[in-house]
Design a protein around this ligand. Structure first.
Ligand SMILES: [Zn+2]
Length: 243
């Protein structure tokens, strides 16, 4: 059976009433869900930063270990060259070995300098890690508080929300798809979430622009679905004026 315009408008009005109640629940929750999400993102950012610093410190420690090994190797070579110097046959051989020893001493100096630099960098990184961890700790406390606050507010309205969601599904199921998508589109485009309004005091209940008498008569007749020519909201009926 084809449903009448009147029954379509009634179904839409019911849907609007349920959605407005759900909007109110969300309004009470306010920015909390978003704030919680922002804090979670911020915390994740700090955690990534700490891991990155940790990796960098580990790489610097590896470099230090390599340099230390290189120093040991150079020292071993120097001892070997000094032994060889005891048994040289001429000055030319002696000088050549002296040059090798000097070269290894230079290598040791370079390694010592690099180790010193790496230690300094590690110190810098560690203080950055400390600072980041401190901020991380603070943000975790903030998150904990906000989550508790949100949980409490959600708990207070959870039952009502669940009931409304069920009612909404039922109310939406009787609205034809084309009309339902128009309703959703209007709701998304208007600030107060009202897609279905009545004419009150000769004005659109959504944007408060005047609705001319003939148009009001058409709306009241419910022969077709009429939208406000100013804001596009569906006008479901005309509220009678109290004279
Ligand atoms: Zn309007």
């Amino acid at each position: 059976m084809e449903s009448t315009v009147a029954s379509k408008l009634e179904a839409l009005s019911k849907l609007q009433s349920i959605d407005s109640q759900l909007d109110e629940i969300k309004r009470v929750r306010g920015d909390l869900p978003e704030e919680v999400q922002d804090l979670e993102d911020e915390i994740e950012g700090y955690e990534v930063r700490v891991r990155k610093f940790d990796d960098e410190v580990a790489a610097l420690n590896d470099a230090i270990a390599q340099r230390r090994q290189a120093i040991k190797d150079s020292e071993g070579l120097i001892r070997k060259y000094e032994d060889q110097q005891q048994n040289v046959r001429n000055n030319r051989e002696y000088d050549a070995i002296t040059k090798e020893i000097e070269l290894q001493k230079l290598e040791i100096q370079i390694s010592e300098k690099k180790i010193k630099e790496a230690h300094y960098q590690i110190e810098q990184k560690n203080s950055e890690i400390e600072e980041t961890k401190h901020r991380l700790e603070e943000r975790r406390k903030d998150l904990d508080n906000k989550q508790k606050e949100l949980e409490q507010i959600v708990a207070e309205s959870q039952e009502e929300e669940k009931k409304l969601e069920e009612e909404r599904q039922e109310a939406a199921s009787v609205v034809e798809d084309r009309l339902l998508s128009a309703y959703s589109r209007i709701r998304k485009n208007v600030r107060n979430g009202l897609a279905v309004v009545t004419v009150k005091r000769d004005a659109c209940g959504g944007c408060f622009n005047t609705v001319p008498p003939q148009r009001q008569a058409d709306i009241a007749a419910q022969k077709k679905i009429i939208v406000c020519e100013h804001c596009g909201r569906i006008l479901s009926g005309v509220e009678l004026r109290a004279y």
